[in-house]
Design a protein around this ligand. Structure first.
Ligand code: NAD
Length: 478
């Protein structure tokens, strides 16, 4: 498959006609070509978006909403094709793409298409003196840049609110997983999205992404990816006074108290550790277990993890598919080696495996590691793969100090049947998202994002709609 950019309503090759290889993680084979777009392509896309802005931004919300709903319906109609493309491009189990990634992409569009029908502006009554009202105006051309772990899911999570609130968009998916963003282009054409309203440009971060970030006609940027990339983008964007939303890395604690519902906790903890091969920014990679149940947990957890079938993404019984790329697999394996060097004991997994017929794919067995200090590199740095550590604790104070010890603050999970303790600990953890007795239960209305070096700003609900607008207050004297 040779991918094309979607610029001004038309699928087209990159100006320089240069392409990158697209790898299938399950087999290690090159199966397609991705435009290696340059500043010339970004210039075309931004110019198209700028031209489309006046008409799109003043279109009645109901009309904009109807077009975005058609895109949602188009995703739904193509869900099997999209799920297969996502699984092939990313290495994730096909059933996961069918069950989670593609339905969520559909819902992202439907959610924001309908949200704008219910959004209201505020008035601030000053009694007989007068009143204020606030207009929320779309900003202009928005840049949306997304990572490879939940490709279409996160791509649409940015594009949908940006478009719904009246902005036009230039979007760049990850060059590691561009396939479903490319397929979305045709869905937008078929839905009747006016030319230039959404432009999708493929290519690498340093070339295509950086040209987009630095473009003078792009005043607002929504980025999801690694913390180091987020810092580089912030450095570039700050002197140009661009509005920035950054969703970055995590090293999330999963805190298990002895009074939890053990079976429920165990089942969910297997998922929160290894879903999507551990490549979800919300995975609980540091598991803290209260000492009275530490040994019981360790035995039961390792037994369950050993049963997870690692294999080709299309096999229905596969629980852990392929990691996204060879460099990423090597990074994950290097962290297992680091954990051993830091004195950790690998209780299971952590090895490259070679399923029959797919020996060149990027497969790693899920790893559980114990015996590490909370402040070693393995427990402080984001691995973003199928690797978790388990650590016992004795007191609430101790586990809070360990949980809050990293530079990240994205998500946390707390397991206890004691409500007072659950709320007390939730309030004391430095994370933007806390789950009590569950994990990754999502309500699209809630604020989503991280504290500390996990990000700046929030996505989700009206937070995202408001991010893509300028609030303008108008004061009226009576
Ligand atoms: P990455 O930072 O390498 O790349 C993300 C995107 O940024 C890609 O599209 C890439 O091409 C682009 N990019 C890279 N350098 C750029 C530059 N200089 N200018 C502009 N764009 C640039 O991240 P990744 O490896 O694709 O994804 C993994 C990371 O994403 C992990 O750290 C993970 O925690 C994070 N993540 C965070 C969330 C969240 O909601 N907080 C969600 C998913 C993933």
């Amino acid at each position: 498959m040779i991918l094309a950019n979607y610029i001004n309503g038309v699928l087209q090759p990159p100006v320089a006609k240069v392409y990158l290889d697209n790898f299938c993680p399950a087999t290690g084979e090159v199966y397609g070509k991705i435009p290696a777009s340059t500043a010339a392509d970004i210039d075309l896309a931004v110019a198209a978006a700028k031209e489309a802005f006046p008409k799109w931004s003043t279109m009645p919300a109901a009309k904009r909403s109807a077009i975005l709903m058609k895109i949602s319906e188009g995703i739904n109609a193509q869900r099997d094709v999209l799920a297969e493309a996502e699984s092939k491009d990313n290495g994730k189990p096909l059933w996961l793409a069918q069950k989670v990634d593609i339905p969520r992409a559909r819902d992202n569009f439907a959610f924001y298409a309908t949200a704008i029908l219910h959004d209201t502006s505020e008035t601030h009554d000053m009694g007989s003196a007068g009143f204020n009202y606030t207009l929320r105006k779309p900003i202009g051309v928005a840049a949306c840049i997304s990572p490879w772990n939940l490709p279409l899911y996160l791509f649409t999570w940015k594009i949908a609110p940006a478009l719904a609130s009246g902005n036009t968009v230039v979007a760049k998916p990850s060059e590691v997983t561009p396939a479903t963003a490319y397929l979305l282009s045709q869905i937008c054409i078929d839905a009747g999205l006016p030319p230039g309203v959404l432009n999708i440009v493929h290519g690498t971060g340093p070339d295509t992404g950086a040209a987009l970030i630095g473009h003078p006609d792009v005043p607002v940027i929504s980025f999801t990816g690694g913390t180091a990339t987020g810092a580089a983008i912030a450095r570039e964007a700050a002197p140009m006074f661009k509005k920035l939303s950054l969703e970055l890395g995590g090293k999330n604690p999963n805190i298990i108290f002895a009074d939890c519902d053990f079976d429920d906790m165990l089942q969910t903890t297997v998922q929160s550790s290894f879903a999507n091969q551990g490549q979800i920014c919300l995975c609980g990679s540091r598991i803290f277990v209260e000492r009275p149940i530490y040994e019981k947990f360790k035995t039961a957890f390792v037994e369950r993890v050993k049963q997870l079938k690692v294999g080709h993404p299309t096999a229905p019984d596969t629980k852990v598919g392929a990691l996204v790329s060879q460099p990423h697999m090597e990074k994950v394996l290097s962290y297992v080696a680091l954990a051993k060097a830091e004195g950790g004991t690998v209780l299971c997994g952590g090895e490259q495996i070679y399923p029959e017929g797919f020996e060149n794919g990027y497969y790693v067995s899920p790893a559980v590691i114990e015996g590490l200090s909370f402040d070693c590199r393995t427990n402080q740095e984001e691995i973003f793969g199928p690797v978790v550590t388990i650590t016992p604790f004795d007191t609430e104070e101790e586990v809070l100090a360990m949980a809050n010890s990293t530079k990240y603050g994205l998500a946390a999970t707390i397991w206890t049947e004691n409500l007072k303790k659950a709320h007390r600990v939730a309030a004391a953890i430095d994370s933007g998202i806390i789950w009590i007795n569950c994990w990754l239960v999502r309500d699209l209305r809630t604020p989503f994002g991280g504290m500390k070096q996990s990000g700046v700003g929030r996505e989700g609900g009206f937070e995202a709609l408001h991010f893509f607008t300028e609030a303008k207050n108008i004061c009226v004297k009576l």
